[in-house]
Design a protein around this ligand. Sequence first.
Ligand code: HEC
Length: 153
Amino acid sequence: MTGSKIGMSAVMMGCALILSGGMASAEDLPPLPPVPAEYADKHMPAGGWTDPKAIEEGAKIYSGESNPVVNCGSCHGKDGQPVKKGARDLRDQKNVGRYSDSFWFWRIAEGIPKTKMKAWKSLLSEEQIWQVMAFEHQFSHGGKPSEHTDYKP
Ligand code: HEC
């Protein structure tokens, strides 16, 4: 009697776990943290997403050619396919389509606590952050410069 009750609750707990697991893997990703006030007004300079000169500079920053200490590609992969476990896949529009320009800038400037993603603001100027963003943005656009019109808040 008691044994079957225990058995029953074990089954129910199993069901609950399976259900919650199923829910968590459903299409929507966890919400992004809000952009801190001091970054809310940071916006990509006009034409910055597609400016060939900016993208060229961005490529050098990303690959570590400008400064070997800043080598985004060592984790995010030279074509945006992550090479370090846990690094966000920046080829996926499901990821980058959620980043506003201010969010993206903030993450590069301040990094992500408790992850390998460091704060780069002491090593990159604001202009360089915009440049590396414009370069990275190409990963989700077939390697071509593109306006960030895929952004959906
Ligand atoms: C040592 C490895 C490493 C390096 C170098 C690195 N990143 Fe990351 N990056 C990560 C990891 C890991 C994450 C995911 C962190 C997490 O779990 O949220 C990440 C996340 C990101 C994100 C997504 C932010 C988000 O909230 O989803 C962007 C954008 C990004 N990195 C850009 C860059 C740029 C630009 C550079 C170079 C200036 C760079 N990263 C260098 C490891 C790295």
